[in-house]
Design a protein around this ligand. Sequence first.
Ligand SMILES: Cc1cc2nc3c(=O)[nH]c(=O)nc-3n(C[C@H](O)[C@H](O)[C@H](O)COP(=O)(O)O)c2cc1C
Ligand code: SF4
Length: 486
Amino acid sequence: MAQRTYTPIGGIRNVVDFKAHVESLGLSIPCDSELESGESPLAQPIAFDGKQIGNRFCIHPMEGWDGTVDGRPTDATFRRWQHFGASGAKLIWGGEAVAVSHEGRANPNQLLINEHTKSELGLLRQTLVAAHHEACGSVDGLLVGLQLTHSGRFSRPNEKTKPAPRILYHHPFLDRRVSIDENYPVLTDGEIRSIIADFQGAARLAYELGFHFVDVKHCHGYLGHEFLSAHTRAGDYGGSFENRTRFLREVTAGIRSVAPGLQIGVRVSAFDGVPFFRGPNIEQGVGIPEPYQKVLPYRWGFGVDREHPEEYDLDEPVRFLSLLRELGIKLVNISGGSPYYNPHIQRPAIYPPSDGYQPPEDPLVGVARQMEVTRFLKQSFPDLILVGTGYTYLQEYLPLVAQAAVRAGWVDSIGLGRMVLSYPQLPLDVINGRVMQHKRICRTFSDCTTAPRNGLASGCYPLDEHYKQSAAGAQLKEIKARRRVS
Ligand SMILES: Cc1cc2nc3c(=O)[nH]c(=O)nc-3n(C[C@H](O)[C@H](O)[C@H](O)COP(=O)(O)O)c2cc1C
Ligand code: SF4
């Protein structure tokens, strides 16, 4: 198979060429020709809970693998949250994934919420709010949430290299990726009830700390997401749609009982596909799907077509959003797939992380897929507030696409992930009509994923001097050079 090459966005000269490129790929991505000043759709507020969310930018949760072993933030964590606040985005979706228990941490440096870490998590929130005040002159319209997580199958609480999975069912392809076989125990219903109590306790602490909402994380292959695909699990939490969403309903009821004034949001992988892996060198390391043909109908996904599991199916995600509405949950952040098993779906990039695969499709296809799913769900649920994901790969054209998508009602709020690691001032620059800082634009080099996969803290190593100049930066360079040689 020949090496696939895709036109890098940074090489496209202007918006006319960008639109032509999108068209040549047969994609539907709305894009304005210029940014509006004054009444820009991106500067419009969103009504929520008797208040207003001040503009249409949202900072996605992004962890840095840089907490202490007992789950407290470090200087690097404070710096990141300060950047999130100073970005000018009025919706902060959780800061980063914060584990509700030690066993549920995705790495030994993930933040943890409990009585011992509480005061420092409060300082983290205050730092973000103060930075926002300094950058914007007020905190009017700022809504700050905390993302609560249990990492489930992808838990690694003790050693960076040692998975300690907490699974709901056995998976034909993902079990071996976390080094387990068919004898490995699944979580019991009793253990699940104890995790639900952990979420409830964590939400109470978040409420006491002044967070406006908590995100009960249901995305990216972690525990909440795994419930939604637990078709093959017996007992109260698997099988029927009702059982697979029992976790969400019980967590929600628990939170409402201990923190009645706290809002709840859900970040969900609303669509998915089969796991991919790096193909043999003969295929230039391009990602290929696991041999799902042997296990059809495919019963291990949520938002996945059972007969054609490389494609998504939104029937159940629509039911899920109906359930959110019934539960009074209005804030929904739409994501897809997982960084562990199909990152080209979850965070479109032209350069893969060191343990990843070359993109099996033009990354713009991934962006268009995320936008299309969100558009469909927004049309079906106009009363919910939907945040969209996957915009970073648009690079120079992100603001023009964002403006067009918000105006056309495809999405309410534009979520920013990697872009805000390299270029935190982007929302303020766009809203204030300033020229974009081209040298800060994320080019999807994936070092912020490669670093943690190699035991280092995450950050934007290529573009943020703080990481570029650090000891970890030198280590990362060596690791990448070694991989190129071998
Ligand atoms: C370094 C890094 C850390 C991340 N951590 C989280 C996290 O803690 N919680 C979460 O829901 N998503 C996390 N994500 C996913 C992002 O929130 C986002 O969905 C993804 O990067 C795609 O958006 P983008 O194209 O704007 O980067 C992380 C992504 C990166 C690159
Ligand atoms: S390391 Fe920096 S440039 Fe690379 S993907 Fe992450 S944020 Fe973007």
